[in-house]
Design a protein around this ligand. Sequence first.
Ligand code: SF4
Length: 403
Amino acid sequence: MTPAALPANPPLFEVPSLGRRDARPGLSGVEPRDFAAWFAERGQPAYRARQVADQHWSGRVERFTDMRTLPEAVRLALDDAFRLQTLAETTVRPTDDGLTDKALHGLDDGRSVESVLMRYPARGPRRARATVCISSQAGCAVGCPFCATGELGFWRDLSAAEIVDQVRFWAARLARDGERVTNVVFMGMGEPLLNTDAVISAATALTDPRRFGLGARHVTISTSGVVPGIERLTELKPQWTLAVSLHAARAALRDVLVPLNRRWSVDRVVAAAAAYTAATGRRVTYEYVMIDGINDTPTDAADTAALLGGHLAHVNLIPMNPVAHTPWRPSGRDRIEAFAAILRGAGLATTVRRNRGIEIGAACGQLAAERAAEPTPDVVARRRDLLTRRTAAALRDRAPVAG
Ligand code: SF4
């Protein structure tokens, strides 16, 4: 599906002028068989491809010219044909808890995408983890109104190499402290399953023991409900975790919160996710952003329990990250706990996530937005007004609830 086929999401921001794309593919996204074929076509021994790939994935070499074990002609030819690094420049901003770092990666065409590193210290028998949240697109066409990326609009898909290189960036930083990336979540900018080829290629590279080498169960692919993409994953039967951004069980409200719902209804999404579970044996995670007074009532909890009851599902409740151009605020702790209690009472595994700013795409896009020109106050006011009217219409048919 092309982004143009999605519900209109006019961007709030003007985007700075763009540079030219570099035509050379990034080596992180090149399939090993294609790389081997490149060497074979040049009459080079097969072991050369492995030699170069090993140096690349070790993260210790930044330029082909530093690969001294190769003849000079091969190094020059490699440099003409491929890039070892697709991220032009990166700035890192630590967040206040000292355990979370956000990066803004410049791309060759002047666009920017974000990734985030979250460290979880060891607790009891649980080992320390370092989770990287990565972007799959520059901007996003889906336009979830609580999301800063949704406000940017869609710019372009990332290549597999641009996706993988975000992880390699953090791996290199962690290696300096003797640490490593333990988990990767595709929950940054963009809808991963609207860029399915590149996302599958990137996840495959990240979990290939001869490339990045992460355990398959340590990769999570998130979607706001692209049914053909979920079906594609189901055919592959990977051990990756599938996460579905639910945010509302009722169609009228989900149409507002996740506009993709108008194309693939929530029932179809849950059915596709159940098929993924049946094919892989993997439990599906349902992400639910808690928005005060919008989707956090006991009725919403009961609707969610009814929708997911009987499925191998885990629900993750996340307080909304405030976004400047919406009138909404995160749900209070009491409302979230009451919501969680209803789900648990219905037998659903439920966690309440402390918001470290990036657990879902809600916070992603905020750094990139800072680089864009601010929208004028009347544009912001019109956006807020439209959102308020759409939400009011969606809430009208909600059954009255106590509390
Ligand atoms: S929440 Fe995800 S799918 Fe929705 S607009 Fe943001 S990045 Fe896109």
